[in-house]
Design a protein around this ligand. Structure first.
Ligand SMILES: Cc1cc2nc3c(=O)[nH]c(=O)nc-3n(C[C@H](O)[C@H](O)[C@H](O)COP(=O)(O)O)c2cc1C
Length: 193
């Protein structure tokens, strides 16, 4: 097995980007509240590097509230065309403001306006009410750049473990668990399927 699971992840994802009909950046993010009650939803992991797996969201959303209470999370990627699953578990920290600014600036303007208009995870009376909020924000920023809302930004999952799963014949799948070592590098253990 390769020594570096991040490089392995990037290699598999690059293949999946060519073959997936849907979004190769998508995965399931699981969080849990202070009492340990779990919740899961899809997010797009926009960047992966030695510092971790980065996603962007509303920092007052349900996931954000749970991460405030309990800063541990898990990501699960599944690319059907590759027959591969990656499970990533680790500590979740907020991204530095400069990183969130840079990603926000790269988004389409309508997504930037949506970030202001949507109080993610909170009730809204109707779709019309939401669209009205988008119109209000559009008018507010007409003719100028949309700044990043203070409640919107990135998070980074810093993995302590990464499991690589590949479908095998007769359900004898391959599972390889990478665990971060204190001094750097990764311990590698094969698991039964
Ligand atoms: C494929 C897919 C990708 C998504 N990507 C994101 C994302 O990157 N960021 C985000 O805030 N929500 C994303 N969503 C919406 C979330 O799944 C979720 O509805 C939203 O973040 C609110 O979750 P929460 O109430 O648990 O905080 C995505 C949904 C799907 C289906």
């Amino acid at each position: 097995m390769p020594a570096d699971p991040i490089a392995l992840f990037l290699e598999v994802r690059a293949r999946a980007e060519k073959t997936e009909p849907w979004e190769a950046q998508a995965c399931v993010l699981a969080t849990a509240d202070a009492r340990g009650r779990p919740s899961a939803r899809c997010v797009l992991v926009k960047e992966v590097d030695a510092e971790g797996f980065w996603f962007y969201t509303n920092q007052e959303s349900r996931k954000a509230r749970e991460l405030e209470e309990n800063p541990w999370g898990a990501l699960c990627f599944h690319w059907t065309t590759e027959r591969v699953q990656f499970r990533i578990e680790g500590r979740v920290d907020r991204a530095p403001g400069s990183r969130s600014d840079a990603y926000f600036a790269s988004r389409p303007r309508i997504s930037q306006l949506g970030a202001w208009a949507s109080a993610q995870s909170r009730p809204v009376g109707s779709r019309d009410e939401l669209l009205l909020r988008v119109e209000e924000v559009e008018a507010r920023y007409e003719g100028r750049a949309v700044p990043r809302p203070p409640h919107w930004g990135g998070y980074r999952v810093l993995p302590f473990s990464i499991e690589y799963w590949v479908e095998g014949e007769h359900r004898l799948h391959d599972r390889v668990l990478y665990e971060a070592l204190d001094g750097g590098g990764w311990g590698i253990t094969r698991l039964c399927p």
